[in-house]
Ligand binder design. Structure first.
Ligand SMILES: Nc1ncnc2c1ncn2[C@@H]1O[C@H](COP(=O)(O)OP(=O)(O)OP(=O)(O)O)[C@@H](O)[C@H]1O
Ligand SMILES: [Mg+2]
Length: 337
């Protein structure tokens, strides 16, 4: 049985219509003109226990709003959510015991006290048995290499250090489900890697179901086997990453390095003779260029052979379809409609 179900989940915000400028601001105060924002519209999906799902989409797509309905913070305008047998926005307290939540932009730790004290508060709030709490704290502290950080006031921690503590805070009560809203935002590459590694372990070793929103392509590639793509409140795609690459990312590229002075005149014509999808991709950098092609109609070997026979190639690399480009294309396609 699915652990998270969204059935035609919809959220419409009704806000006062703003008028531009200073006078407009004053007018807005007395106005009763409303406008509606359809933040989430008719979204349905089901997530199985133990899955790690990426919920992605451009700014304002409706990701956080969906998570807020699933976590019980917001009431839907229409449709329903069912999380491990509970209706989250109606059974908030029971639901909160089952879930861990991290909103990367907001802190759940108290600023002036060390994380260890905040954790202790949470232990009491969630009535975690002391032995289990100690076990969890040790496990997470080691996995995230927190050590001495636990005893420094949160305000003295760097963003990456704080985010690791936030992760611990969201997991101390052994939730079945973990919702992460941009957990790697603002982190450097090393900190991102550590957070990803941690999320992966919690998911695989503890079987925690994870729903993650992110703008970071690395998060998606390294963590999520399945993604849901949302834009303008509507679900555009629900499926595996591999299928996305197959469906939208037909093209592949081979990058070539040649001596800087090598003329590339006429190459375009020769390449297009191989097939209609074979094109010279970028030649702006002297000595480097790439050829993109559809591997279903032209084999990579035919492309490389042609180039190697004509030019003095010093290096080459075949690149898989690049996920960032594919996702950009999916977002853009929607915009054009
Ligand atoms: N409390 C609110 N009142 C009015 N409008 C809101 C409210 N919260 C969100 N919105 C609007 O709903 C839409 C979806 O917002 P949401 O925060 O869910 O987007 P998001 O996908 O999380 O974007 P981001 O990637 O920027 O975090 C936006 O147009 C936003 O302006
Ligand atoms: Mg958001």
């Amino acid at each position: 049985m699915s652990i998270i179900e969204a059935h035609n989940l919809t959220k419409t915000f009704r806000t006062l219509k703003r008028q531009p400028g200073f006078v407009g601001t004053i007018r807005t105060l007395f106005s009763n003109e409303y406008e509606e924002v359809r933040a989430v519209e008719d979204v349905s999906f089901a997530i199985e226990p133990g899955e790690l799902v990426g919920y992605i989409g451009p700014n304002g797509a409706g990701k956080s709003t969906t998570l807020k309905m699933l976590t019980g913070i917001l009431y839907p305008s229409a449709g329903t959510a069912l999380v491990d047998g509970l209706i989250p926005y109606e059974q908030r307290q029971a639901n909160s015991k089952k879930i861990g939540v991290l909103f990367g932009q907001r802190s759940q730790l108290l600023w002036d006290i060390p994380p260890r004290d905040s954790f202790e508060l949470m232990r009491k709030m969630y009535a975690v048995p002391p032995a289990r709490y100690a076990e969890n704290l040790t496990y997470f502290t080691e996995l995230l290499e927190l050590g001495p950080l636990l005893d420094r006031p949160v305000r003295q921690l760097s963003l990456g250090q704080r985010m690791r503590c936030e992760l611990v805070a969201s997991l101390l009560h052994d939730p079945k489900i973990l919702y992460l809203d941009e957990p790697t935002i603002g982190l450097d590459v090393v900190a991102k890697e550590r957070v990803r590694e941690f999320i992966r372990s919690v998911n695989s070793q503890r079987g925690t179901t994870v729903v993650l929103t992110t703008h970071d392509i690395g998060d998606i590639e390294q963590l999520c086997r399945r993604v849901l793509i949302i834009d303008k409140g509507r679900l555009l795609y629900d499926g595996s990453l591999t299928a996305i690459k197959q469906r939208y990312g037909r093209l592949r590229r081979v990058r070539f390095s040649v001596a800087a002075a090598t003329p590339l005149d006429g190459l375009d014509g020769v390449l297009s003779a191989l097939g209609p999808d074979v094109t010279l991709a970028d030649g702006e950098d002297a000595g480097h260029f790439a050829v993109s092609f559809d591997p279903h109609s032209v084999p990579a070997s035919a492309v490389t052979k042609l180039i190697v026979n004509r030019l003095d190639v010093t290096d080459l690399a075949v690149e898989e379809a690049d996920l960032e480009g594919i996702i950009r294309a999916i977002y853009r396609r929607e915009e054009g409609q």
